[in-house]
Design a protein around this ligand. Structure first.
Ligand code: Y39
Ligand code: FE
Ligand code: FE
Ligand code: FE
Length: 230
């Protein structure tokens, strides 16, 4: 058992744990499913990277299968309806952007915001996960860094002409992420994942991503805290 020294033993089979897990596990499963669809859509929009994006989409389906196995392993039924609601706003914004051919906005939503959210959540989950889920999640998080990297590289190469759209997409979508974090904080706490740690890790990943793309420190501070409250 690899747990933080100051943490009491986690009972992965308690009803409290399984109840919280039914929502968090569903969020991850549904998130991976939507990520799969989002990369397929990006493959259509960015035909010069079609093969690469289809490869990323396939990785997302594998992640989904891995997390479904984590739920089964704990005999938890994921609450997919809850998870669809959880992602509804970001999902809607991605689809509208895709329809309008706004590649920059699509990349910001999926490859920056959602990937950073996933990396933060998986990093914080790994030390407090059950043995089975830990192994799965360790494999998945490595892939998520490569998805984030795809977005960073593309946006860096198109930085000047993307800047205004990135600002607007950040303004529209980052506040939604803070709301999502608030919505999941109580369930995350039951899994021994602290909200403060999630926020901190997200800010680090997202700030680094913005920096790699070409934003300066002042822009990063402004952009990454946008809509953050409480
Ligand atoms: O790119 C990806 O694989 C991301 C979609 C997957 C899901 C990220 C959802 C993580 C939120 C979990 C919140 C738990 C505290
Ligand atoms: Fe994934
Ligand atoms: Fe991903
Ligand atoms: Fe706590």
């Amino acid at each position: 058992m690899q747990q933080l020294a100051d943490q009491p033993e986690i009972d992965f089979h308690s009803e409290t744990y399984k109840d919280a897990y039914s929502r968090i596990n569903a969020i991850v499963i549904e998130g991976e499913q939507e990520a799969h669809e989002n990369y397929l859509k990006l493959a259509e929009l960015l035909s010069e990277h079609k093969d690469e994006l289809i490869r990323l989409a396939k990785m997302e389906s594998r992640h989904k299968k891995g997390f479904e196995a984590c739920g089964r392993n704990l005999q938890v039924t994921p609450d997919i309806e809850f998870a669809k609601q959880f992602f509804a706003q970001l999902h809607h914004n991605f689809q509208v952007a895709a329809q309008e051919g706004k590649i920059v906005t699509c990349l910001l939503i999926q490859s920056l915001i959602i990937e950073c959210f996933a990396i933060a959540a998986y990093n914080i989950y790994i030390p407090v996960a059950d043995d089975f889920a830990r192994k799965i999640t360790e494999g998945v998080v490595k892939d998520e860094y490569s998805h984030l990297n795809f977005g960073e590289v593309w946006l860096k190469e198109h930085f000047e002409e993307s800047k205004a759209e990135l600002e607007e997409a950040n303004r529209q979508n980052l506040p939604i992420v803070w709301q999502m974090l608030n919505q999941v904080a109580d369930d995350a706490e039951v899994l021994a994942m602290e909200k403060e740690a999630l926020v901190e890790d997200f800010m680090i990943q997202y700030g680094e991503a913005l920096s790699n793309i070409g934003f300066n420190t002042r822009d990063i501070m402004r952009l990454s805290a946008y809509g953050l409250r409480a």
